[in-house]
Ligand binder design. Structure first.
Ligand code: NAP
Length: 223
C-alpha cells in the first residue's frame, strides 16, 4: 500500500486517478479546489486548495504535516482557447500560473513529505511538446504546458539525490469538462481508462528511470 496524493481531484482525470488508486487499496488524499464531486465516498479530501494561491498551498502543507508521501501527482490544469492576434494576455498569464507555477508550488510545498524512492508525476499535455507540434495554435496552453515539462526535468535534478523519480504525463484525449463540446467528444477516452494508464506509468518508475514524457498508453513522447 502506498500513500498517494492527487492534486486537482475535484473531477475529470484527477478524480479518476484518485479513485483508481483508492480501489486498489492505496491510501489516497484527494486535494481539491472545491470538495471533489466525482470521488468515491471514503477517499480523504483536502478541500479549498487553489494551486495558484500561495496561502492555500501553505495550508495544504500544514494539513499534511508529517504525512509521508510515496506517490504525488499534480493534475490540476486548464486549457483556454485563443485566436491569433486577439490574445487575452491576462488569461494566458493566469493559465501559466495554474499549469506551470501550480505544480511548482504544490510539489515544493510537499517536498519534505516525499519518501526516498518516491514518485512524482505532473499531468502536462502533448500540446506542450515542441517536437510533436505539427499544427500550431493554442499559444497560451502549449506555452504553459511546455514550461511544465521543463519544470519536471528540473525537479528530476532537484529530487534525484533523494531517490525520487519524476515523470511528465499526457493522458490522451479524454472526455472531461475541459474537452466537452469538442467534435466526437463521446468517442474520446473515458477518464477512468486514462487514469488507469497514468497510474501504470507511475508504477513503472524505477530507481534508474530518467526524466521522461509519457503518454498514458506508454508511448515515449518527444520534448
Ligand atoms: N482532457 C484532455 O483531453 C486532456 C488532454 C491533455 C492534458 N490534459 C490535462 O489533464 C489535466 C486534467 O484535466 P481534465 O481533462 O481532467 O479537466 P477538468 O475535468 O476540467 O479537471 C481539471 C481539474 O483541475 C482543477 N483545477 C482547476 N483550477 C484549479 C486551481 N486553481 N487549483 C486547484 N485545482 C484546480 C479542477 O477543479 P474544479 O473542477 O473544481 O474546477 C479539476 O479538478 C489538466 O492539467 C489538463 O491540462 C487533459
Amino acid at each position: 500500500m502506498n500513500n498517494v496524493v492527487i492534486i486537482g481531484a475535484d473531477r475529470g482525470i484527477g478524480a479518476a486517478m484518485a479513485n483508481v488508486y483508492h480501489r486498489r487499496g492505496d491510501a489516497v488524499i484527494a486535494v481539491c479546489l472545491e470538495g471533489g464531486t466525482e470521488l468515491e465516498d471514503d477517499v480523504r479530501v483536502v478541500p479549498n486548495i487553489d494551486v495558484t494561491d500561495d496561502n492555500a498551498v501553505q495550508q495544504l502543507a500544514t494539513a499534511l504535516t508529517d504525512h509521508p508521501i510515496d506517490v504525488l501527482v499534480h493534475v490540476a490544469g486548464r486549457g483556454s482557447f485563443d485566436r491569433w492576434a486577439q490574445f487575452d494576455y491576462a488569461q494566458m498569464l493566469a493559465d501559466y500560473d495554474l499549469n506551470a507555477l501550480g505544480p511548482l508550488r504544490t510539489i515544493c510545498a510537499l517536498e519534505a513529505n516525499l519518501q526516498p524512492g518516491g514518485r512524482v508525476g505532473i499531468v502536462t499535455s502533448r500540446m506542450g511538446s515542441i517536437g510533436d507540434n505539427g499544427s500550431g495554435r493554442m499559444y497560451g496552453y502549449r506555452m504553459s504546458k511546455a514550461a511544465a515539462n521543463m519544470l519536471g526535468v528540473n525537479l528530476h535534478h532537484q529530487l534525484e539525490p533523494r531517490g525520487i523519480r519524476v515523470v511528465l504525463l499526457h493522458p490522451g484525449t479524454v472526455a472531461t469538462a475541459m474537452t466537452r463540446g469538442a467534435p466526437n467528444w463521446d468517442e474520446f477516452t473515458k477518464p477512468t481508462e486514462a487514469a488507469e494508464g497514468l497510474v501504470s506509468q507511475m508504477d513503472r518508475l524505477g530507481p534508474d528511470t530518467p526524466p521522461e514524457f509519457r503518454h498514458a498508453d506508454g508511448t515515449l513522447l518527444p520534448w
